[in-house]
Write a protein that binds this ligand. Sequence first.
Ligand SMILES: [Cu+2]
Length: 246
Amino acid sequence: MIERWLPAAASAHACALDAVLFGIHWHMLLIFTAWLALLVVILIKFRQGANPEPRPTEARRLWPAIAIGCVVIGDAVILTTLALPAWSARIAPPPANVTPIEVRVTGEQFAWNIHYPGPDRVFGRIDNSLISASNPVGIDRDDAAARDDIGLLNILTLPVGRTIVIQLASRDVVHSFTLHEMRVKQDAMPGMTTRTWFTPTRTGDWEIACSQLCGLGHYRMRGELHVVTAAGWDQWMKDEQVRLTR
Ligand SMILES: [Cu+2]
């Protein structure tokens, strides 16, 4: 039922995170309904008309302890069966038997600079003094490893079914790299590189959002996420290489 109000779940770990969300919401709904029922019972049972004199003995029953105990047990069950397993899976590195695709994403007010290592899978040298409208990442083409590198503004193209590692940084303030459909949200911090990883399970065109209020232009810090087929990604990579030679 709640699924229809959420963005599409398009990554391998999305269902585990959604299960935590649903578990918490159903638990809260249960607590809310129980408290509401209790309130109605109390209003009727302890109304002034039926109880002209206060009877403090009524308040000493075991029921309050049982009710609070049920809430605590419910919380513990969600924590141990859903939340902790999902959290430990998210902070673990990608499985050793997969070869991830690494992409560097650097946030700045108010855009995402995206650096792909190209077919050689090695990130070439970057130099901030080379940053321009046509070279948003500042790739130094004099470096041999940088010749096939691709630097794009606000466009993240990825293949479906491959594990993606994002190396995140920021040029100015704290941003938060968000891919709703991938259930990815990770802060981009100035002065340090953070990592996040995921495996897209569906093709589609979605948004890269910034979830940290990062300045007056925060609302327009949006990029495009394109998840394409493996063949589509190979073709995209070839097209980008052709574009580099022009
Ligand atoms: Cu931002």
